[in-house]
Design a protein around this ligand. Structure first.
Ligand code: CP
Length: 324
């Protein structure tokens, strides 16, 4: 494959290969010098038209660990603010000889347009587009689940068959939820969405998952509970329950977390709104993997870049580090 646009484009074998490669990349992070020469001489542009902390920083860390030349582009402060189009921006990058473009955009479909337009020759990686997809987030979430629920070594070659994953909250605006439902289904997990009816998208009954409205009865049957951020910035206030009502019915606090099985984990893609969808007590508990997810994001993004751009380079475990 040349691009990574949607989690739905990945087969089970593609996804397991990325997760396994990410485990190899994570071993690099355990070394004193955390660099591989794999992408030396290749140029990657991080093209961010929308705000980001985790995704932008972890792509940059992944690119640098693979020795790529990195160009960071933020729409704020660029000629986009003067009205320059995506096409002209892309062609400007193409003229500079770019090998891969990591793009985040508020418009659903922007990465697909970039990959299929013929404007550029580079590999395109979707770092989140509108309410559509965020495939590397779903991959890092699956990686975190596999490690925590199966084990770091025991998980190699495995999918998530039989694992029960509950995704809670603002599904309507969530590219994280869409990507996770697609990928988790491909990996054999059973997914349940729990959300207020006003925060569920039209057509959700055709998604490969269950829908429930009672969080308390779903928690005891969950191996992982993924809390979503309430995306006020994309929301028509008329459709939103009050903050207090939302927290009461869909927020995760210590009392609710106690209803989960002992082995079950709490996940959140970040950024979290503490006190709204998750209390500080839960966010800071040992069962919450939010910081682990960020660290795993670097390994996943290294794996994706390596598999898309590494070509015929040797497998990572046999590659020489820059210290050798
Ligand atoms: N999870 C996630 O995409 O976070 P950022 O918006 O900070 O990149």
């Amino acid at each position: 494959k040349r691009h990574l646009i949607s989690a739905a484009d990945l087969t089970r074998d593609d996804a397991v290969r990325i997760l396994d490669t990410a485990e190899e990349m994570a071993r690099v992070a355990d070394r004193p010098i955390k660099k591989l020469p794999t992408l030396r001489g290749r140029t990657v542009v991080n093209l961010f038209f929308e705000d980001s902390t985790r995704t932008r920083i972890s792509f940059e860390a992944a690119e640098k660990r693979l020795s790529a030349d990195v160009i960071n582009f933020s729409a704020k402060g660029s000629s986009v603010s003067k009205g320059e189009s995506l096409k002209d921006t892309a062609q400007t990058l193409e003229a500079m000889g770019v090998d891969a473009v990591v793009i985040r955009h508020s418009a659903s479909g922007a990465p697909y347009r970039l990959a299929t337009s013929g404007w550029i020759d580079a590999a395109v990686i979707n770092a989140g587009d509108g309410t559509h997809q965020h495939p590397t987030q779903a991959l890092l979430d699956a990686f975190t689940m596999r490690r925590r629920l199966i084990g770091r070594d025991a998980g190699i070659g495995q999918d998530l068959s039989g694992k029960r994953i509950t995704i809670v909250g603002d599904v309507l605006h969530s590219r994280v939820a869409r990507s996770n439902v697609d990928l988790l289904h491909t990996l054999g997990a059973e997914v349940t969405l729990v959300a207020p009816p006003t925060l569920l998208p039209v057509g959700v009954d055709h998604w490969p998952c269950e829908v429930a409205y009672d969080l308390d009865s779903t928690l005891p049957k969950s191996d992982a509970v993924m809390m979503l951020r309430v995306q006020r910035e994309r929301m028509n206030a008329a459709f939103f329950p009050t903050e207090r009502e939302y927290s009461r019915r869909y927020g995760l606090d210590g009392e609710r977390m106690a209803k989960m099985p002992e082995h079950a984990i709490v996940m959140h893609p970040g950024p979290m709104v503490r006190g709204m969808e998750i209390t500080a007590e839960v966010a800071d508990s040992e069962r919450c993997t939010v910081v682990e997810q960020v660290a795993n994001g670097v390994s996943i993004r290294m794996a994706v870049l390596y598999l898309l751009l590494g070509g015929n380079e040797p497998a990572v475990t046999h590659a020489r580090t820059t210290e050798e």
